[in-house]
Design a protein around this ligand. Structure first.
Ligand code: NAI
Ligand code: MG
Length: 542
C-alpha cells in the first residue's frame, strides 16, 4: 500500500511482500515524484499558502499525532519491536518536533544586505523543491516527523521512503497529514527496497534534495547518485562509534546506569549508542563489576509487557549481524563477562552483553555493532583518551562523566563529534542541532535545519525613483554635455563614475555604469533609467 496524492494506491507492479510493502518501488517513485512536482508548481494550492498557514497545518498535524498516540505506538511496537513505553515517549518527542517546526515556518527569512552599490540587496528564501526522504527502521516515527515536518515548514513537497522493515507508521502519519489539510501530492509515501525505490529517488532528476538516515555504506552510494544525476543536495546521518569517557572522579551511581542505557536502549539500535566505553584506570575494576551487575539485571522480553527494558532486534538479519560481532569480540581476545547469546528461538531477543579489556584495534571497538553490546576499554590520562576517542572514522556523538569542569570542557572542545554530552547522555531536543563529523554524515538536522530545505536568491535592486521622472533629474557633481549627434552609445566620465548611455530624442537612457572604485562593477541598466534631457544635461542622482 502506498500513499500518493493523498490517496491509497497499490504498487504499479501489483507486488506485495509479507511485512506489507510492495517489492519494487521504481514505477511508484515516478508517480510519487510527479505528484510532488505538481504540488510544487508555483500556482499550486500548497505554494499559495502563506508561511504562517503552513505553521497552522503543522500544529494540526501535531494535534492528530497526540490524538492517535496510542494507535501509532501500538503500530510501531508491532512493526519495529521497540518497547511500547518507549514509543509513547517518542510520540511525545515527535509532537514537540512538529510544534517546533510549525513555529519556525514563518520565522526563517532572508536578509537585506548593506551593499556598497546604490539601491538595496536582499536574499529571498524559497523551498528547494521536491525532496526525497529516506528513513531507517530504528526510529521510524521520530525520523519521519523530523524530516517531514522540517521540509513542510520550509515549503517543500516530498516523497518519503520508509525502511522496508518498518513501513507502517509512515503510512499512518501520511494519512494524518492529509487529515490535517495538507494538499494532495505534498507528502507521498512509497514503500519499497533501497536499491530499487530508494535508488530511483536518489537518481531522480526532479528530486532537489535527499535527506537520508542509515548506514555509511548506503550514504556513500547516495552521494554518488546525487553527483551522477542532478547534483541534488544531500543531508546524511550515518551512525557512529561514539566514545563515552568515565573519569576517576565520576559518580559511579550515576555513570554506570547512564553508560548502560547509552548502549542497551532500543537494543543498541541507536546511531549515537555509547559503543566505546573508556573507563579510567583507578575505577576500572569497580566500574566493570557494577556494569556487569547492571546488565545482568536488565529485563528482556515482549516489548508490550510493562517492566521489560529491552525488546527484540528488528529482524533476524540484524540479530545475526550482532551475534557475528560478539563472536569476533571473543575471537579477538575481548573478555566476555555476561550475555552474548540469543534468548529463546522465537523473536530476535539478545542478552545484554558486556565485554571488558577491549582494545582499540579490535573489530568491536571499530565497527558499528547496532546491538546491546557494551565494550569497555581502559585509559590512564585525559590526553591519551582524547586521541583514542578521535581515532575513528566516525564522529557523531561523545560523552564524558567527570566532576571537573576543566576536564569536561577540554574534552568537549577537542573530541571530534557533532554532539557532546557531559554528565548525561541521549539529551535530544528539536531546538538543538544534530549531525556528525567525518563519516557520520553531512549537514545538520533539527534546530534551523529548515534552511537546508530552502535555497535563496540574492537580488540587487537599483534605485528606481528617477524612472521616467524629469523632476528627479537632480544634479550630481559637475554637469556634462551629451553629444547627441547620433544614436550610438556614449560614454561619459563623471568623477569616479563612468556612464554608458544612449540619447533617444530628448531623453537619455543609461545603459550601464561603472564605479571605478569597484572592480568588475559594470551592471547593465538598459530600460532602467530614463530621464529627460535638459538644456545642459546633468546626470540624475541614482
Ligand atoms: P541501510 O542504510 O541499508 O538502510 C536504510 C535506508 O536506506 C532504508 O530505507 C533502505 O531501504 C535504504 N536504502 C538501502 N540501500 C539504498 C540505496 N542503494 N539507495 C537508496 N536507499 C537505500 O541500513 P540497514 O541495512 O537497514 O542497516 C545496516 C546498518 O546500518 C546497521 O547495522 C547500522 O549499523 C546502520 N544503520 C544506522 C542507522 C542510523 O541511525 N544512522 C539506522 C539504520 C541502520
Ligand atoms: Mg542495508
Amino acid at each position: 500500500m502506498l500513499f500518493i496524492d493523498n490517496e491509497w494506491v497499490d504498487a504499479e507492479s501489483g507486488k506485495t511482500f509479507e511485512t506489507v510493502s510492495p517489492i519494487d518501488g521504481k514505477a511508484d517513485v515516478e508517480k510519487a515524484v510527479a505528484a510532488a512536482r505538481r504540488a510544487f508548481h508555483r500556482k499550486s494550492e500548497w505554494r499559495q499558502l502563506t508561511a504562517s498557514a503552513r505553521g497552522r497545518l503543522l500544529h494540526r498535524f501535531a494535534d492528530l499525532i497526540e490524538r492517535d498516540g496510542e494507535y501509532l505506538s501500538t503500530l510501531e511496537t508491532t512493526d519495529n519491536g521497540m518497547l511500547y513505553a518507549m514509543c509513547r515517549h517518542m510520540i511525545h518527542g515527535a509532537v514537540s518536533t512538529v510544534r517546533y517546526a510549525a513555529g519556525l515556518a514563518d520565522k526563517v527569512h532572508g536578509d537585506t544586505i548593506p551593499s556598497d552599490f546604490e539601491g538595496f540587496t536582499y536574499t529571498l528564501r524559497q523551498p528547494v523543491g521536491v525532496c526525497g526522504l529516506i528513513l531507517p527502521w530504528n526510529g521510524p516515527i521520530g525520523l519521519f516527523v523530523n524530516k517531514v515536518a522540517t521540509a513542510l515548514a520550509a515549503g517543500c513537497t516530498m516523497v518519503v521512503k520508509p525502511a522496508e522493515q518498518t513501513p507502517l507508521t509512515a503510512l499512518a502519519l501520511a494519512a494524518l497529514l492529509a487529515e490535517a489539510g495538507v494538499p494532495r501530492g505534498v507528502v507521498n509515501v512509497v514503500n519499497g527496497y533501497g536499491p530499487t525505490a530508494g535508488a530511483a529517488l536518489t537518481h531522480h532528476p526532479h528530486v532537489a534534495k535527499v535527506s537520508f538516515t542509515g548506514s555509511l555504506e548506503v550514504g556513500k552510494i547516495i552521494q554518488q547518485a546525487a553527483g551522477a544525476s542532478n547534483l541534488k543536495r544531500v543531508t546524511l546521518e550515518l551512525g557512529g562509534k561514539s566514545p563515552l569517557v568515565i573519569c576517576d572522579d565520576a559518580d559511579l551511581n550515576v555513570a554506570v546506569p547512564y553508560a548502560a542505557e547509552g548502549v542497551f536502549t532500543l537494543q543498541g539500535q541507536v546511531c549515537v549508542a555509547a559503543s566505546r566505553l573508556f573507563v579510567q584506570s583507578k575505577i576500572y575494576d569497580e566500574f566493570v563489576k557494577r556494569a556487569v551487575e547492571y546488565a545482568k539485571k536488565r529485563k528482556v522480553g515482549n516489548p508490550f509487557t510493562e517492566g521489560n527494558q529491552n525488546g527484540p532486534q528488528v529482524d533476524e538479519e540484524m540479530m545475526n549481524k550482532v551475534l557475528g560481532y560478539i563472536e569476533k569480540g571473543k575471537a579477538e581476545g575481548a573478555k566476555l563477562l555476561t550475555g552474548g547469546q540469543r534468548i529463546g528461538t522465537t523473536g530476535y531477543y539478545l542478552e545484554p552483553t558486556v565485554f571488558a579489556d577491549v582494545t582499540d584495534d579490535m573489530t568491536i571497538a571499530k565497527e558499528e555493532i547496532f546491538g546491546p553490546v557494551q565494550s569497555i576499554l581502559k585509559f590512564e590520562t585525559l590526553d591519551e583518551v582524547i586521541d583514542r576517542a578521535n581515532d575513528t572514522n566516525y564522529g557523531l556523538a561523545a560523552g564524558i562523566f567527570t566532576n571537573n569542569v576543566q576536564t569536561a570542557l577540554q574534552f568537549s572542545n577537542l573530541v571530534e563529534a557533532g554532539t557532546v554530552w557531559v554528565n548525561n547522555y541521549f539529551t535530544f531536543e528539536p531546538r538543538i542541532p544534530f549531525g556528525g563529523f567525518k563519516d557520520s554524515g553531512i549537514g545538520r538536522e533539527k534546530e534551523l535545519s529548515v534552511k537546508g530545505y530552502q535555497r535563496h536568491t540574492s537580488t540587487h535592486v537599483g534605485k528606481m525613483s528617477c524612472l521616467n521622472s524629469p523632476t528627479s533629474a537632480a544634479v550630481v557633481g559637475s554637469p556634462f554635455i551629451v553629444d547627441d549627434s547620433g544614436d550610438d552609445s556614449k560614454t561619459v566620465e563623471l568623477g569616479k563614475l563612468t556612464v554608458y548611455l544612449r540619447v533617444l530624442g530628448d531623453s537619455v537612457r543609461v545603459l550601464a555604469c561603472r564605479f571605478f572604485s569597484h572592480q568588475g562593477g559594470v551592471r547593465p541598466k538598459e530600460d532602467c533609467f530614463c530621464f529627460s534631457l535638459q538644456k545642459e544635461p546633468t546626470l540624475v542622482e541614482w
